[in-house]
Ligand binder design. Structure first.
Ligand code: TPP
Length: 581
């Protein structure tokens, strides 16, 4: 056995520890083994998975819930390449992830060694910042900078390439690179030995031992007070104001409690989207979940808090041209996307809305009529959904299934959703219990986030009851990770809405193009697959057993195993007309 300590790997572990990082998500590879060993020795949890994409999805989810960067380490070449979708997802979701990538030894770069590709070129478009380290002394400081940058301003993923000669013990690296050169027999070999030694001296040059890890920097906003005052005046004149809160408003470093209190004090009707769902608890007199489009069209003042006017708002067309638009966003580009706001602040939503609430708004009497109107519509839509859920849609009506999940989930439930049509249906019915208790992929709409998100949530909130709601297509992406969930004893309660197809795509493709090609899957016995992977499986094919099966699944998960309910669902017209292009 070679010497088991390495200056480079130890520096990485120390910096992670200093930044209060408690987990490294990984899939092993020789290029990164020393990082894993050193991090484990430093007391970090090493959570090993079955696909590198999962490492980044998990780090992303952990970051979203803790506000600190999530960390993943993957091996060189295909390991890094496998993370691209998940990195892009984290970038679009503005989630702070630090990805450590292995790489070939610095001296072998570009010389045809195993898994040596231009990783920075591959990764750069999908991260905020990327750096390739070439000296042991720079590993710690670069990682410290990466951690800070991931949270700075608009949060996002960052990448640090860690070549393997920087990670393995110096004696071993010198021995490997100088093998055969100890007794040079020619001038050429002597020059080679000199050159290799000089290279290694540079790689192992002293330094970098004392690194102070700065707490994450959060963007300093300017002019918030003046802008909030202007917004307060405009709101004071409005008769039908609406606030729409998006995921960014609750992203890393956000003061979520302040945000919820500010919304309470502002007393305007609120719609919560994406990760912001649950911000005001399961039911709040100011919160509305349905008929958002109609509310935005009728509103004479709209506050967009941490959300751009992108496709979800029909590129801004959902908001009346005559309405006053107040927008607050960390990103100047998002602030003005498709619609220039009347009042725009580059700032954290929590800070802006708290300042706005402090500005002492005068609430107008007309607001009561407006809120009453929205509430009436809300109640009517809920009633309509109840009616549709009562219809017989064999084997099981998906709406009724979602109502069952809503009844079964406990007070500390966290929902992870991964899928298309069924999951979109669930979003009408499930009521996240608390702030940061709803995880969806975000604006990239990536299928396959499920198991990684579950892992990340479990690390961030060990005691939480995690419900994973899957489409059967989406489940396939991370099905093998149920092995991971079993090994790490993650007691998720997964429910797959098994309709044997990629329903969301079929919903548009068939009527528009007259062909269902490639939209069928064939409903597999996922409950049996899960048993084979070390979890507990339940088949739910009879609506009368809905509550009993979900209760049994919840009970089974208490034993510390992942559980999956394979729920056979029928077709409904509930989401007819929804276009997923
Ligand atoms: C990685 C990825 N591949 C493909 C898509 C396109 N897509 C969006 S929804 C969807 C169907 C999802 O099917 P399923 O998970 O079974 O849920 P269902 O719509 O049947 O409820 C597909 C293929 C995507 N969003 N992400």
């Amino acid at each position: 056995m070679i010497a088991s300590t390495s200056r480079g790997a130890d520096a990485i572990a120390r910096v992670l520890q200093g930044a209060s990082i408690d987990t490294v998500f990984t899939l092993c590879g020789g290029h990164i083994s020393p990082i894993l060993v050193a991090a484990k020795r430093a007391g970090l949890a090493i959570v090993d998975v079955r696909d590198e994409a999962t490492t980044v999805f998990a780090a992303d989810a952990q970051a979203r819930l803790t506000g600190r960067p999530g960390v993943a380490a993957v091996t060189a070449g295909p390991g890094v390449a496998n993370t691209i979708t998940a990195l892009k997802n984290a970038q679009m979701a503005q989630s702070p992830v630090v990805l450590l990538g292995g790489a070939t030894a610095t001296i072998l770069k570009g010389r045809g060694s195993l898994q040596d590709i231009d990783q920075l070129a591959l990764v750069r478009p999908h991260v905020k910042w990327a750096s390739a380290v070439t000296r042991v002394a720079d590993l710690g400081p670069t990682l410290a900078e990466a951690l800070a940058r991931s949270c700075d301003g608009v949060p996002g993923p960052v990448f640090v390439e860690c070549p393997l000669d920087l990670l393995y013990p110096e004696a071993f690296v010198r021995e490997t690179h100088l093998a055969g050169l100890d007794q040079p027999r020619s001038l050429g070999e002597r020059v080679m030995r000199w050159w290799v030694r000089r290279h290694l001296d540079r790689v192992f040059a002293p330094g970098g031992d004392h690194i102070t890890v700065q707490p994450p920097r959060h963007g300093r906003s300017t002019g918030v007070v003046a802008l909030a005052r202007r917004a307060a005046t405009a709101i004071g004149r409005a008769s039908r104001p609406v606030v729409l809160v998006g995921s960014q408003a609750v992203s890393a470093g956000a003061r979520v409690g302040d945000l919820a209190r500010a919304l309470d004090r502002l007393a305007m009707p609120v719609f919560l989207s994406g990760m912001a769902r649950g911000l005001l608890g399961p039911a709040h007199p100011l919160q509305f979940r349905h008929q958002r489009k109609a509310a935005l069209r009728e509103a004479d003042l709209v506050v967009l808090a941490g959300t751009p006017a992108d496709f979800r708002l029909d590129y801004g067309r959902h908001i009346s041209r005559r309405a006053t638009l107040v927008s607050v966003n960390l990103s100047p580009a998002e602030l003005t996307k498709n619609r220039r706001p009347t009042i725009g602040a580059v700032a954290p939503a929590a800070e802006f809305l708290a300042t706005l609430a402090d500005a002492g708004l005068s609430r107008r009497a007309e607001w009561d009529t407006w809120i009453g109107r929205l509430r009436e519509r809300e109640t009517a839509r809920d009633r309509e959904i109840d009616g549709l859920a009562d219809e017989s849609v064999p084997p099981i009506n998906p709406l009724r299934l979602c109502q069952g999940i809503e009844r079964a989930a406990g007070a500390n439930a966290v929902f992870v959703v991964d899928g298309g049509d069924f999951v979109a249906t669930a979003s009408y019915i499930l009521r996240p219990r608390a702030p940061l208790s709803w995880l969806d992929p975000g604006v990239f709409g990536t299928l396959g986030v499920g198991a990684g998100f579950v892992l990340g949530v479990h690390r961030a909130r060990p005691g939480a009851e995690i419900w994973a709601v899957y489409g059967d297509g989406a489940l396939g992406f991370s099905l093998s990770e149920f092995d991971t969930l079993a090994r790490h004893r993650v007691p998720v309660i997964a429910v797959v809405g098994n309709d044997g197809k990629w329903a969301q795509i079929a919903r548009d493709q068939v009527p528009l193009l007259g062909d269902d090609v490639a939209t069928g899957i064939g409903g597999a016995a996922y409950h049996r697959v899960i048993e084979a992977l070390g979890g507990r499986g339940f088949l739910l094919d009879d609506a009368t057993r809905l509550d009993a099966t979900l209760a049994a699944a919840r009970e089974a998960a208490r034993e510390g195993v992942p559980v999956l309910v394979n729920a056979l669902i029928g077709d409904t017209e509930f989401r007819k007309g929804s276009i997923s292009l």
